[in-house]
Design a binder for this molecule. Structure first.
Ligand code: PMV
Length: 322
C-alpha cells in the first residue's frame, strides 16, 4: 500500500492573523505575514486504509483527540468527491514546551501528505487552501521563509504565497518559554471575543494593511531594524484588541511584561532586539546571527525560570521518499 510522508515546519506571524470572516472555512479578515521556522516541524505519513485512524507520536488517538483531524478528512473527501479512508501517523518535533502552535505544521503536513497519496496534482497555493481549513496559520506553513497569507473572500481566493525565501536576511528567533500551562482562551475564541466587543476591531484591517506594506518594504530592503520594529508594534496592536474587549482579557502574564521591559532595556543599551507574542504568555525574541548567543545568555541569566530555543528561517513542505 502506498505511503507518503510529508514534513512541514511551523511558523511565527510577524503581522498577525486575528479574526475570521468565515468561521467554518477559516477565511480571515485580513492578510497576515509569517516566518517559517527551521527547528520545529511535524512529520506525517498517510496511506489509504479501510477506516480513519490517527496516531500521534506512536500513540493511537481516541475519538476526542482525533476529532479535529477526522473533521478535516471529511472536508477533504467532500471537496475532492472521494470515499477513501486514511491511516495517519504523525510525529511532532515541536516540543510542547516551545510555546509555538503545532497545529500550523500539523495541518500543513497532513494536507500535503493527503494530496500526494491521492496523486492529486495540486499547486502549493492549492495545498495552502486545503491546510487553511484545518488551522488558519497552517496555510502559511506550506512555504518557507517569509510568507503572506492573502485573506481573499472565499475558499478559492484565500491562500498563502512565499514573499521572500529568507535565505539572505539576517534574522534569528529565540522562543522564550515563561509558562507552559495551556492557555485559558483559545485563539479562535479570543478572535471572536475581540471581533464582537472591541471598539478598536473596526480599525484592525487598516492597521494590518499599513504594517504589511511597511514590513514587505523592510524585508525587500533587508532592513532588520524596521522588520523588528514593525513586528513588535503589530503584536502589541493585536494584544491591545484583547485589552479593549468587553469583558477585557489578556494572554499576558506578569513575566511577559517583565520580559518586554527587558527587551526594551537591551535595545536601549544598543543591541538590535525586538519581540513578538502570539495568543499566549510566551515571548519570541527577534534578533540577528551575531547577537543571538549574547541575547540568549543575557535572557537566561536575568530570568532563571525560563527555557529558550534558538531558531532561524526554515523551508516549506518536503516529501520524504522511502
Ligand atoms: O491558526 P490559529 O487558530 O492557531 O491562530 C493563530 C493566531 C496567532 O498565532 C495569534 C496569529 C497568527 O497569525 O499566527
Amino acid at each position: 500500500m502506498k505511503k507518503v510522508t510529508a514534513i512541514a515546519h511551523t511558523n511565527i506571524a510577524l503581522i498577525k492573523y486575528w479574526g475570521k470572516a468565515d468561521e467554518e472555512l477559516r477565511i480571515p479578515y485580513t492578510d497576515s505575514l509569517s516566518l517559517t521556522l527551521n527547528d520545529f516541524y511535524t512529520e506525517t505519513s498517510v496511506s489509504r486504509s479501510l477506516k480513519d485512524e490517527f496516531w500521534l507520536d506512536n500513540k493511537l488517538q481516541d475519538l476526542t483527540h482525533s476529532k479535529r483531524v477526522f473533521k478535516f478528512l471529511d472536508y477533504f473527501r467532500k471537496k475532492f468527491n472521494i470515499n477513501e479512508h486514511f491511516l495517519i501517523k504523525s510525529f511532532n518535533h515541536v516540543p510542547n514546551s516551545a510555546g509555538l502552535a503545532s497545529s500550523a505544521s500539523a495541518f500543513a503536513a497532513l494536507a500535503a501528505a493527503l494530496v500526494k497519496v491521492m496523486d492529486f496534482n495540486l499547486s502549493f497555493e492549492d495545498i495552502s487552501k486545503l491546510a487553511r481549513v484545518g488551522s488558519g496559520s497552517a496555510s502559511r506553513s506550506i512555504m518557507g521563509g517569509f510568507v503572506q497569507w492573502h485573506a481573499g473572500i472565499d475558499d478559492e481566493t484565500s491562500f498563502a504565497e512565499q514573499f521572500n525565501d529568507g535565505q539572505n536576511i539576517d534574522i534569528s528567533l529565540i522562543s522564550v518559554i515563561l509558562n507552559d500551562t495551556p492557555k485559558k482562551i483559545s485563539s479562535t475564541e479570543g478572535m471572536l471575543k475581540t471581533k464582537l466587543t472591541s471598539p478598536f476591531y473596526q480599525i484592525w484591517p487598516k492597521v494590518v494593511e499599513k504594517d504589511l506594506t511597511d514590513i514587505k518594504k523592510a524585508i525587500s530592503n533587508n532592513d532588520f531594524n524596521k522588520i523588528g520594529e514593525i513586528a513588535e508594534h503589530n503584536a502589541m496592536e493585536m494584544h491591545a484588541l484583547t485589552f479593549s474587549s468587553n469583558p477585557s482579557f489578556t494572554y499576558f502574564e506578569p513575566e511577559t511584561l517583565e520580559l518586554i521591559n527587558y527587551i526594551h532595556e537591551l535595545r536601549a543599551s544598543g543591541i538590535p532586539v525586538y519581540f513578538t507574542i502570539d495568543a499566549g504568555p510566551n515571548v519570541k525574541v527577534i534578533c540577528q546571527k551575531e547577537t543571538v548567543n549574547l541575547v540568549n545568555d543575557k535572557l537566561t541569566t536575568k530570568f532563571n525560570n525560563i527555557k529558550t530555543i534558538v531558531t532561524k528561517p526554515g523551508p516549506g513542505i518536503q516529501y520524504k521518499t522511502i
